[in-house]
Ligand binder design. Structure first.
Ligand code: PEP
Ligand code: MN
Length: 337
């Protein structure tokens, strides 16, 4: 449930309600709006059965929250969350573009990509050092060596960097090198990994699971936030459907649904959603038009020789063409690149 306080409620009144909740062993999540403060109750609300909170001073009303996720719920936190990644803010008035190779393959490949995507207007560098591949015989990533190149690329370009983590060991290594952790589609419901990422306090990009409902996805975000890490950004990357013309089916409606149910920023990854380079531009435009807070796009200096996801990776020229075309659309949406 949430307790909506009256406009300009006194601090003592808010504190009084908070204390009653905490005395019952529950957690009170305070969201201070411009005028109205909302107190969200996390825990077994049956503990409050004998309390009529409506009678307390400055309490306006009690609203039940039926969804199982609370901290990720817009009812708990009506203002949109902004997540700071280095010097970049996700969820504000800038459309944030993350780009880079699927996998870090070499120092030279990564540095060349970092410079090219920066020149084209990207704000965050992506690159996988731990690759969760379908086949155990496919390239699995350079691991810590790859992370060190990510760090070097940040030092050279000033771009914050993001890398996927697939295990506790990967988290422990990654936090020493990167600005944001990525939990991939295959690990969206690896609850142990979510909790460990939550404990780090480092911003997390949480990709939607291959067949995850939006409710399951927001509950996964809840695991991270419940560990005390509110810095979660969601990423729609396509879901499994009957359609085989594309690698996955981009669920563009997820942007609208997330915006109505959660305060967390959401970005879209049209590269993994389609698996086809030729579709990346139009779906990037669709995502921005739907109100996404950013994009994740794979780029590679030589896609036909990439060690993973070459067919969906853009060349540097194609990426620059895309960002140029995005500029007027982003402006139309009242944002900037
Ligand atoms: C990736 O971003 O490289 C990746 C593996 O994505 P996903 O988890 O969405 O498949
Ligand atoms: Mn990839």
């Amino acid at each position: 449930m949430i307790i909506v306080m009256k406009p300009n409620a006194k601090a003592e009144s808010i504190q009084q309600v908070k204390s009653i909740i905490e005395e019952k062993g529950l957690y009170a999540h305070i969201s201070d709006g411009h005028q109205v403060t909302i107190i969200g109750v996390v825990g077994d609300k049956a503990m409050l059965m004998d309390q009529n909170l409506e009678i307390y001073e400055d309490v306006d009303k009690i609203v039940p929250v039926t969804e199982s996720y609370k901290l990720a719920n817009k009812k708990f936190h009506p203002e949109p969350t902004r997540v700071q990644v280095g010097n970049v803010t996700i969820g504000g008035d800038t459309t944030v573009i993350m780009s880079g190779p699927c996998a870090v393959e070499s120092r030279q490949q990564l540095l060349a990509t970092a410079h090219a995507i920066k020149k084209a207007g990207a704000q965050i560098l992506r690159g996988g050092a731990y690759k969760p591949r379908t086949s155990p015989y496919a390239f699995q990533g350079l691991e810590e060596e790859g992370l060190s190149y990510m760090k070097e690329a940040r030092e050279e370009t000033g771009l914050p960097v993001i890398c996927e983590v697939t295990s506790l060991g990967a988290i422990e290594s990654a936090v020493k090198y990167v600005d944001m952790l990525q939990i991939g589609a295959r690990n969206m419901q690896n609850f142990y990994l979510l909790k460990e990422a939550g404990k780090t306090g480092v911003p997390v990009l949480l990709k939607r699971g291959l067949s995850a409902t939006i409710d399951e996805w927001l509950n996964a975000a809840e695991y991270i936030i419940a560990e005390g890490n509110p810095n979660v950004v969601l990423c729609e990357r396509g879901i499994r459907t009957f359609e085989t013309a594309t690698r996955n089916t981009l669920d563009i409606s997820a942007v609208s649904v997330i915006k109505s149910k959660s305060h967390l920023p959401i970005i879209v990854d049209p590269s993994h959603a389609t698996g086809v380079r030729a579709y990346v531009k139009s779906l990037s435009m669709a995502a921005v038009a739907a109100g996404a807070d950013g994009l994740m796009i794979e780029t590679h200096p030589d896609p036909s020789n990439a060690l993973s996801d070459g067919p969906q990776s853009l060349t540097f020229e194609q990426f620059e063409d895309l960002t140029n075309e995005l500029v007027p659309l982003v402006k139309l949406m009242g944002k900037r690149l």
